[in-house]
Design a binder for this molecule. Structure first.
Ligand SMILES: Nc1ncnc2c1ncn2[C@@H]1O[C@H](COP(=O)(O)OP(=O)(O)OP(=O)(O)O)[C@@H](O)[C@H]1O
Length: 290
């Protein structure tokens, strides 16, 4: 799947602007970005649900403008906001979704409902938000698609269900399915994805293995003692909690050690910042790695 200079304007409003992205078959790929960055617009444009203003893309080797219908038939898509027909029971909704793909998915559907603890005899409109999400998940997965595109899938799922959901995704991925997961929750990207792209204001500002994205020259220094921020002008993102101060430091280590030696330090840890901190930094600075 790839996008090249993919651009979507809603009138004058920017959805995405010159977005480049490539996801290889079989990847478990994460798509991270703040609210309004363009994650859903990217996904909807790639699926042919909205037409790009400019640029091009391919999904499963098919052109996103010429082959919209075929793409939707072969992809499992979970939209960020799932809408269903009122008055239908879960089992009827799932059957309708399978019928639209002209596939008998009854065995897979039953197994997924069992694993996600979804009661098929209830009406969809009577379900809680999380349980409606599960209906969307089963619709996206029951036909065993080769590409899964999941837009913020875990909202509303409790931790046990999130765990089960990711186990199911991992099983699909191990069997060869490509998983494209958009999320705000960095810990789940870090845990499950092998590569990820960071989107900000409609553009990809970083794309790499999760390991490399999380790797940075900067360290988070946490200490208890008398050090004041003006002693280390190169340190940034000062935080104070429980009597300890911490900051991100990307400067000369000898300088850090000399400065600390001159202060009265009772406790000191120097650690790699977590992915969350690094991505937040991307959001703020627009791409200079910490
Ligand atoms: N139908 C629309 N009409 C006008 N502007 C839109 C429309 N849909 C999205 N936008 C704008 O496009 C930009 C990208 O929105 P998009 O929903 O793709 O972001 P997102 O990254 O999925 O955000 P979130 O995490 O909040 O779901 C936003 O500024 C949004 O206001």
């Amino acid at each position: 799947m790839f996008a090249e200079n993919l651009t979507k304007y809603y009138g004058k409003a920017r959805g995405i602007d010159g977005l480049d992205l490539a996801v290889a078959p079989g990847e478990f790929f994460g798509f991270i970005g703040p609210n309004g960055a363009g994650k859903s617009t990217t996904i909807r444009t790639l699926l042919g649900l909205i037409s790009p203003t400019a640029g091009k893309g391919q999904v499963l080797g098919m052109d996103i403008i010429k082959n919209k219908k075929a793409i939707l038939e072969r992809v499992g898509y979970l939209p960020s906001d799932t809408a269903f027909y009122n008055g239908m029971k879960v089992r009827d909704m799932l059957k309708l979704s399978a019928d639209l793909r002209r596939k008998d998915c009854s065995a897979a559907s039953a197994e997924l409902c069992e694993r996600l603890q979804l009661d098929r005899d209830r009406k969809v409109e009577d379900l809680s938000f999380g349980n409606r999400k599960k209906v969307g998940i089963v619709c996206a997965l029951q036909h065993d698609p080769e590409l899964l595109i999941l837009d913020e899938p875990t909202g509303g799922l409790d931790p046990l269900m999130q765990h089960e959901f990711f186990s199911i995704l991992q099983e699909h991925n191990r069997k060869g399915a490509t998983v494209f997961l958009s999320s705000h929750i960095l810990s789940e990207i870090q845990r499950y994805c092998s590569r990820a792209a960071v989107i900000r204001e409609g553009k990809i500002i970083a794309c790499d293995s999760v390991e490399k994205l999380a790797k940075t020259g900067a360290r988070r220094v946490t200490l208890r003692g008398s050090l004041k921020p003006d002693a280390l002008p190169e340190a940034r993102d000062w935080k104070e909690a429980d009597g300890a101060v911490s900051f991100l430091y990307n400067g000369d280590m000898n300088q850090l050690v000399r400065t600390l030696a001159a202060a009265d330090i009772r406790e000191l840890t120097v650690a790699e910042p977590d992915l969350e901190e690094i991505v937040l930094h991307f959001y703020e600075k627009g791409g200079d790695q910490a």
